[in-house]
Design a protein around this ligand. Sequence first.
Ligand code: 5GP
Ligand code: MN
Length: 346
Amino acid sequence: MKPIETEKIALLDRMFAKASKVVLTAHMGPDGDAVGSTTALAAYLEKKGKKVKIILPDPVPDSLAFIINGFEDRVIIGKTELETCRKAVGECDLQISLDYNGFKRTGILEDILSASNAEKLLIDHHLNPETESFSLVFSETEVSSACELLFHILMALPDVGGDSRRLPARTADALMTGMTTDTNNFANSVYPSTLQMASSLLAAGVDRDAILANLYNRYRETRLRLMGIALKDLMKITPDGVAYIVLRKDLLEEYDVREGETEGFVNMPLALDKVRMSILLKEEDDHFRVSIRSKEGVSANRCSGLYFNGGGHERAAGGRLYVPKDIATYDEAESYIEKVTHSFFE
Ligand code: 5GP
Ligand code: MN
């Protein structure tokens, strides 16, 4: 990553000093990096005497609830408590956006967050940040995660002074957790700065074994059973080397799939030599949620932008396929993927 400019750190330090009520926000369908980065910064600011609220468009998945364990009363969910979110945003003097590049990614909260009069700070690692919406922007794509960028920013602040042992324990734990999920446990997007962060946090006493146990060894049986079906019966591979899996609603219901329980499915087909890009579709109410992962030289971000109303990172992106706007019926998803990915690789 590029060195963080000292002038920007000074600006941030003043912004934090001035603020008394702070709202921290992340993207729809919050993942480990979204929950981790908001929790980490909220715990840091709370220790500095600020009143903090974490506002998320959707609930924290059960599988990530351990990150906010004991901290739940700071969290407000747009989907179920929109008016409480509106009030908190109206009262805050600093609004912080973590792990997303524009208010559109906050869905139901978009209007509230873009209209607020508070100072607006962005800390993000996605491509194409909407810098004009914010008073101060930390945007860096050459890092593993928003958690990693936040770690380096916190370390540069005068009160931390490069000593990670000065971070609150919840901050250190949450940062390690979000970095771990966004790198898929050090499988991708790992930079020298990522390992420096991991080393520093381990030295500060973070219990990585406990984090790994929480993240990867506490699934319900249905996840593994569904994974088996997805790989054995549902995965298709096109002659262009595109693997795709379409998870329909009836199956998701049969396996009682909860939010976050198909995390990681999209990565598995990339294990095959002949697969260059992997696409996972999950049926929701008027659309499919789309996840795309790709190998070196193939842009998941471009594919998502062209055909799936989304974006993200070069090799990990997401989006949506709307029914009946993009395809007439849910049954057309497979032929749509075959068609668009073929023209993508032409
Ligand atoms: P995932 O497949 O894990 O949901 O998302 C992969 C990456 O793409 C994440 O960094 C996520 O923030 C981003 N992403 C997911 N959905 C969207 C979307 O609809 N639009 C944009 N711009 N990025 C997305
Ligand atoms: Mn992220």
